[in-house]
Design a protein around this ligand. Structure first.
Ligand code: CP
Length: 307
């Protein structure tokens, strides 16, 4: 099957068959990363710009690693220190980079729809969405699927409970759709002030009893309180949040539910250290999957042949 996508804005564009193929491709990349010599020439001659308007550790570093493992030429651009301070718009900046020969742009931006907007403005370069405001984070969803699928074998019929600040979470919006496409059912739980009104249209149902949601789940997916995207007053305090909704050893029955989190984690807020570092935690597996998944994505979209 020829891969039909040139970039990735939103996983709405992908069907189940493509997700299955993609996970196999990511597995192949993970195997490659385990070899003594990891680098392959698949994207030699391609120039990729990492175009980050917002802070990032995992997404930025793993995209860069993935690009380098595939032998692409990598340019890291960040808003601070750039001509943005002189008033240059995102569109003009991107056109400038494309004129210099960029074949692909990986963009993270605080505005909803930024990646989509850019993909319509650029004439030649592929665009990969590394997170746009509270809207979507599709590569996070892909790495989440990959790490859960590797652990559980298949995701059909599995139950995922997403707990925390769903309202401000692009991770949740992409994750709900992705897990649902793979046959899992998704519930969300947490303070009602942090739940979006359109949760059912996204494909998840709200469970007010967080303990019950966790008891019934195969995967507990925790979200950080996104202080940078909300006004104060939506929760009484971080201490109270931890007591009521935090994943503590008392709330999480060890030996049953798998723990996932996109990072960065806030210990003693949404997650206790014993749970974050416990045997059931997939948090570092997710990080590991991030490199393989982004390699698979760049390889498929930028002209590689499916392994
Ligand atoms: N999960 C995630 O997007 O992390 P970063 O913000 O560190 O990239």
């Amino acid at each position: 099957m020829k891969w039909r996508h040139k970039g990735l804005i939103d996983l709405d564009e992908w069907n189940r068959e493509e997700l299955d193929i993609f996970l196999q491709q990511a597995d192949y990349m993970e195997e490659l990363l385990g070899r003594p010599i990891k680098k392959v020439p698949a994207l030699r001659g391609k120039m990729i710009v990492n175009f980050f308007y917002e802070p990032s550790t995992r997404t930025k570093v793993s995209f860069e690693l993935a690009e380098k493992m595939l032998s692409a030429d990598v340019v890291n651009w960040s808003a601070s220190g750039s001509s943005v301070s002189k008033g240059e718009t995102m569109k003009d900046t991107a056109w400038t980079l494309e004129a210099m020969g960029a074949d692909a742009v990986v963009i993270r931006h605080g505005a909803v729809g930024a990646a989509d907007y850019l993909s319509k403005k650029l004439t030649r370069a592929s665009v990969f969405n590394a997170g746009d405001g509270t809207h979507r984070h599709p590569t996070q969803a892909l790495l989440d699927l990959h790490s859960a699928w590797k652990k559980l074998g298949k995701l059909d019929g599995k139950k995922v409970a997403i707990v925390g600040d769903v309202l401000h979470s692009r991770v949740a919006r992409s994750g709900i759709k992705a897990f649902s496409k793979m046959g899992a059912s998704v519930t969300v739980s947490g303070p009602e002030t942090l739940m979006p009104k359109d949760i059912q249209s996204l494909g998840a149902s709200f469970v007010s009893d967080t303990k019950k949601a966790i008891e019934e789940a195969d995967i507990l997916y925790l979200l950080r309180i996104q202080g940078e995207r909300q006004e104060e007053g939506l929760i009484p305090s971080l201490d109270e949040y931890h007591l009521r909704y935090g994943a503590t050893p008392e709330l999480v029955k060890e030996g049953k539910v798998l723990i996932m989190h996109p990072g960065p984690i806030n210990r003693r807020v949404e997650i206790a250290s014993e749970v974050a570092d416990g045997d059931n935690s997939l948090i570092l597996d997710q990080v590991k999957s991030g490199v393989a998944v982004r390699m698979a994505l760049l390889y498929l979209c930028l002209g590689g042949v499916r392994a």
